[in-house]
Design a binder for this molecule. Sequence first.
Ligand SMILES: Cc1ncc(COP(=O)(O)O)c(C=O)c1O
Length: 373
Amino acid sequence: MKINDFKLEVYFEKYEFTAPYLLTQSDCESMEIAELLAMEPGSQEKLLHSWLGYTEVQGNPELRSLVAALYRNVGEEDIIMHTGAQEAIFAYMNVLLEKGDHVISMFPVYQSLYEVAHAEGCEVSPWELKPVDGRWTIDFDELETLIRPNTKLIAVNTPNNPTGFTFSEDELEQLCAIADKHGIYVFSDEVYRGLELNGVSRPCAADIYEKAASLGVMSKAYGLSGLRIGWVATRDADIIRKMKRFKHYMSICNSAPSEILSIIALGSGDRILERNKNIIKNNLELADQFFGKYDRLFRNFRPMAGPIAFHRMELNEPIAAFCETLVQNSGVLLLPSDIYSYKGPYFRMGYGRKSFSESLNRFEQYLIEQKLV
Ligand SMILES: Cc1ncc(COP(=O)(O)O)c(C=O)c1O
């Protein structure tokens, strides 16, 4: 299979481990193993005495039952673990799609949600999020017009990367009803679930619709990206069986210590989510003050949920050139909209890190130096 470069990863490869002021990251603040183990008595013993052999292809059963408990209508047998969410996306798209299928993908979105389909010879139609009065919105009538007789899949991601747009419960029901009417599968990337800033937790697509798959991960809301533990939840047993067979050709099984550490983390899951939501809320307040101060240069698109937002900036140069000069001259890393193949002067800002205030200050200082504010 030939596949286009993953623009975001190519950009991060250049700067993620060298730029001192990361102002665009999508994962929440991580922690040391010692901090995680201190959350639950007995967890150090559990880790030290865990077995370092191969694990079950579908995933450690204890972990799968903890993951299943995050859903309303999903059992342990409906979960398949993968090495991060990325591997799960690749596997799902490969087992479901064939050349000539039509796919509808929310847009802008994390590139693999449409790029893997494209590489497989599918035609992809974007279902666009639109900026209206400082909010990102989506139109379900437009979705209906995009459906063709050969539409196999609708791929969505909410809370959305990069906009922070999130479906309400009614909207998710509406999406599943439309898909059901036409016999279309739904792939719902929900890796930022758990970071609903208004406290309203939403159901998942896999809870609502049997032909839906929900994607989850330890990387984002829990901030444990180094574990590389992700999963797909679906009540479609045939998809689970096919993904297992496909995994035989990828990682075969997950890292045993990562599965144990994920079990320990989910045992304290609510505490970790609370900690990370508080970091995001504090950072959003700082950002509101910042954007309020410089409202001639920026349009603040506050996220509905999750740790990222896609803001507008009025510039006399392309946003990609601005971001590149910014990181080279000040060490502040932002992601320009070009990374998402999205036209318009938007950039992604990340709110999940404790260093946000320091990075924002450096960004402000740069704007002052450049006489942009
Ligand atoms: C929407 C979305 N889906 C999937 C992934 C992949 O997650 P992971 O890095 O844990 O594989 C990301 C990572 O940024 C993401 O933002």
